[in-house]
Design a protein around this ligand. Sequence first.
Ligand SMILES: Nc1ncnc2c1ncn2[C@@H]1O[C@H](COP(=O)(O)OP(=O)(O)OP(=O)(O)O)[C@@H](O)[C@H]1O
Ligand SMILES: [Mg+2]
Length: 166
Amino acid sequence: MKAGLRTMENSGKATQAVLRTEHLTKHYGAVVGLEDLSLEMNAGEVLGYLGPNGAGKTTTIRLLLGLIKPTAGRAEIFGLDAQAEKVAVHARVAYVPGEATLWPSLTGAETLHLLGRMHGETDVAYRDLLVKRFDFDTSRRVRAYSKGNRQKINLIAALASRADLR
Ligand SMILES: Nc1ncnc2c1ncn2[C@@H]1O[C@H](COP(=O)(O)OP(=O)(O)OP(=O)(O)O)[C@@H](O)[C@H]1O
Ligand SMILES: [Mg+2]
């Protein structure tokens, strides 16, 4: 992480630690991905995580999801260790990656159905409301959607999961 990584918090009562990192550090060989990040977010807060390209934002998220191992420090979500309890963490989190690979031959509707089943829980009525709000045509095949529309699929699936952390 380079200087310039900033967190921006707003609105909300601090009632429960949703995520916490302690001296979280990731080195990719000689490359420093993230250096000594200690951060806490509480229930009801919205966290904007900003920084220049290469600052370590994606590295932080991958560490929080337990997808990569920290070089030092630790990360937890809802008090669960990101490494040791990643399955339990994933059940409570919905995450939309910047670039997501979907199945080109499935339709939007089929993809939403599949993503919902993969997560385990979906609020179908809320999903359908989001489809309307986003003005999203679910009938086309994924390969025919523009990038923004492919992102909408992931956003709708993430929000409709009603995961505790979205
Ligand atoms: N798998 C990897 N192997 C080696 N270096 C990596 C790897 N992943 C990330 N890095 C390096 O770690 C640093 C942080 O990268 P990261 O992708 O976390 O930044 P970012 O803040 O998400 O950037 P962006 O705004 O461009 O998405 C960068 O110097 C990057 O080149
Ligand atoms: Mg990134």
